[in-house]
Design a protein around this ligand. Structure first.
Ligand code: NFE
Length: 469
């Protein structure tokens, strides 16, 4: 048995240690370990409830809009607020811009170097290995040019957030009850101009590049698969969510019930084992705990480890999403010569991100046209003496939950379960490995396993800043 520890794994956010044990060319056992405790949940206790939206954004600089949105939905719930249509549209436009940024970032700057020859990118950006490279020279050169173009697109997506959200990272607009700012006609035009350019890049460059990758690495639709998928859905409007909520358990659709979420910590550095419902969770750090190997906890849905993220959203969308989404997803799956069951795989995750980026960019163009520059963007609020709430919404990397308890008009408890908490979770009290551990275990490898492990882990786009609170 050959034991390899990748610590830290590069081209992801934060400090993730992945340890694999390889025997006869197969990964027999894998362990994911989050190495940095954060403590943001504790910081919130005793503060004004409105601080939640500002402080939880600081969990992460990559997906702050996800936390801004989840915290605002959580406070909407606790304060009994429904934002007006204009506020809902503006929230979705600001958050959508951050979503598009995340997917372009992941494909070009975090994942693609795993497939490009080392000469294609300037020294510091190069993956430093030439194992299993399958592109022709001209293709590599073109992809490297797209790598640079993608930097420009990311800047424009950040500008979209700043146009309606005040700044990026950490927007100033999304608040309980709606948003604080009604854009001017000039700002709407500036938003439309940039969005059109980004949508054109997604359709004309990003999608064709994913399809090229999928053609050359078609075997990666079999690599890194997980059986159970979960999404909370995202981009809420009165008529429903652009991407609906639900779970897929071994191919079957399961309606979403938030009461089925539990978080355990049997193998995490916290006292006790759980599992507990997140709205009542008590878990104090305990570095001396026997058998623990991660700061990440183990959230489970109906007692099961679930993959969250673009593959889950696409798989659920194919079953209960809008006809427009289903038709786009089916077309692109057909073009990639892949089945819906292959979405939960290294290549399926890349393809699912592309599908939803395109679908979202088109939806954002519609939402922008629907904005009314004279209608209200928020409703008023009053902080209740006692209340509780939850904000469940998908972040780019998957299901994100915020839970609050307000007592005496201040925060008595705040709980966050982020997408990477689900995906990179350690074994639970029943010994069930987390989704990334599952995706790694059983993989046939060519060398010491680091090439396959890197591609599998990165396909989940882990973010450790979010995973541990
Ligand atoms: Ni820090 Fe995040 C997303 C959230 S991942 S990037 O997407 O929430 O755990």
């Amino acid at each position: 048995m050959n034991r390899v520890a990748i610590d830290p794994i590069t081209r992801i956010e934060g400090h993730l240690r992945v340890e694999i044990q390889v025997e006869d060319g197969v990964i027999r056992e894998a362990r994911c370990s989050g190495a940095l405790y954060r403590g943001l949940e504790q910081i919130l206790v005793g503060r004004h409830p409105l601080d939640a939206q500002k402080i939880t954004q600081r969990i992460c600089g990559v997906c702050p809009l996800a936390h801004s949105t989840a915290a605002s939905l959580c406070l909407d719930d606790a304060l009994g607020l429904t934002p007006p249509r204009n506020g809902q549209l503006l929230r979705n436009l600001i958050y959508g811009a951050n979503f598009l940024h995340n997917h372009i970032l992941h494909f070009y700057h975090l994942a693609l170097p795993d497939y490009l020859s080392s000469w294609a990118l300037p020294g510091a950006l190069s993956p430093g290995t030439d194992e299993d490279r399958r592109f022709f020279r001209e293709e590599s050169q073109e992809l490297a040019e797209h790598y640079l173009k993608a930097l420009e697109m990311r800047r424009k997506a950040q500008e979209l957030v700043a146009l309606f959200g005040g700044k990026m990272p950490h927007d100033m607009s999304i608040v309980p009850g709606g948003v604080t700012y009604r854009p001017t006609l000039g700002e709407v035009a500036a938003f439309r101009f940039r969005l059109k350019e980004i949508a054109g890049f997604i359709e004309g460059t990003y999608i064709p590049d994913i399809l090229l990758l999928a053609e050359r690495y078609h075997d990666h639709f079999q690599l890194g698969r997980v059986g159970k998928l979960l999404t909370f859905g995202c981009f809420p409007l009165d008529e429903g969510r652009l991407f609906p909520a639900g779970a897929i358990f071994d191919g079957e659709f399961v309606p979403f019930d938030p009461g089925e979420i539990r978080e355990g910590f049997a193998h995490s550095w916290y006292s006790g084992d759980g599992p507990q419902p997140p709205w009542e969770e008590e878990a104090a750090p305990d570095l001396d705990k026997a058998g623990a190997y991660s700061w990440i906890k183990s959230p489970r849905y109906r007692g099961e480890p679930c993959e969250v993220g673009p593959a889950a959203r696409a798989a659920v969308g194919l079953q209960v999403g809008s006809p427009e989404f289903q038709s786009l997803a089916q077309d692109l799956l057909r073009e990639a010569n892949a089945s819906p069951a292959a979405l939960s795989s290294v290549m399926g995750r890349h393809l699912a991100r592309g599908i939803e980026a395109l679908f979202l960019a088109r939806a954002m163009e519609r939402w922008l046209s629907e904005l009314n520059l004279f209608a209200p963007v928020a409703v008023e609020y009053k902080i209740p003496e006692e209340s509780g709430g939850q904000g469940l919404v998908d972040a780019p990397r998957g299901a994100l939950g915020h839970w609050i308890r307000i007592s005496g008009k201040i925060i008595a408890r705040y709980q966050v379960i982020a997408p990477t908490t689900w995906n990179a979770s350690p074994r639970d009290g029943e010994g069930k490995p987390g989704p990334i551990e599952q995706a790694l275990q059983g993989t046939v490898v060519s060398g010491d396993g680091t090439l396959e492990a890197g591609r599998i882990v990165r396909s989940f786009d882990p973010c450790l800043a979010c995973a541990i609170q």
